[in-house]
Design a protein around this ligand. Structure first.
Ligand code: E4P
Length: 218
């Protein structure tokens, strides 16, 4: 399973990219608004950091033709831009058009496997089921990842599943075990994934032993 970073904060993207662990970036209107910067400038800066890794940038219109206009402007920023579209009838129409134009899409706000199937059939490059928001309403988000993954495997569907709305590292592991292609993860979750108390204790012990032996190789 690949990891994307889910943020519009360029410093977080830079730090995660330096770790060598991310294969893409996802943003959404809330994440862009949180940064308080120009949308297009932000996407350009993200491209300058991650190069040709896929970067999802979302349209805000609810009408298909307008979505296509907005998406074309985003796609013109670079071939790595993936147009993110909401899972609605209008979003599906726009997905079909982008698919015919050879522009990559990420259909977002997916909360059922029927929505994922429709998005895939409309030609979505990526489908984004939101697991955390399902957990929030006492549904098991992970069941959706498993269901979509099974359906796509049985029917040879090539749209990639992005486990989205990831809240903690257990979501990442469960997404991997349930067949997600990608998990898009906030920076703080990437940081928490690096940590284990036994790693810290091990480093402390190694350094103490080294100091005790009075070695001077370095
Ligand atoms: C994914 O593409 C979305 O940007 C994101 O994962 C939403 O997560 P949230 O439910 O934490 O807002």
């Amino acid at each position: 399973m690949k990891l994307f970073i889910d943020t519009a904060n360029v410093e977080e993207i830079r730090k995660a990219h330096e770790l060598g662990v991310i294969a893409g970036v996802t943003t959404n209107p809330s994440l862009i608004a949180k940064e308080g910067r120009d949308f297009f400038e932000t996407v350009k800066e993200i491209i300058s950091i991650v190069g040709d890794l896929p970067i999802s940038a979302e349209v805000i219109s609810l009408e298909a033709n307008e979505m296509v206009e907005q998406g074309k402007k985003l796609a013109a920023l670079g071939s790595s831009v993936v147009v993110k579209l909401p899972m609605t009838e209008e979003g599906l129409k726009a997905t079909k058009i982008f698919s015919e134009l050879g522009i990559k899409t990420n259909v977002t706000l997916i909360f059922s496997s029927t929505q994922a199937l429709l998005a895939a059939r409309a030609g979505a490059t990526y489908v984004s089921p939101f697991i955390g928001r399902l957990d929030d309403i006492n549904q098991v988000g992970m069941n959706l990842i498993k269901e979509i993954s099974d359906i796509f495997k049985i029917h040879g569907i090539t749209s990639e599943i992005i486990a989205a709305s990831v809240r903690h590292s257990a979501h990442v592991i469960e997404s991997a075990l349930h067949g997600s292609d990608i998990a898009t993860v906030p920076y703080k979750v990437i940081q928490s994934m690096t940590k284990h108390p036994l790693t810290d204790a091990g480093i402390e012990r190694f350094l103490a032993d080294w100091e005790g032996a009075k070695q001077s190789v370095f």
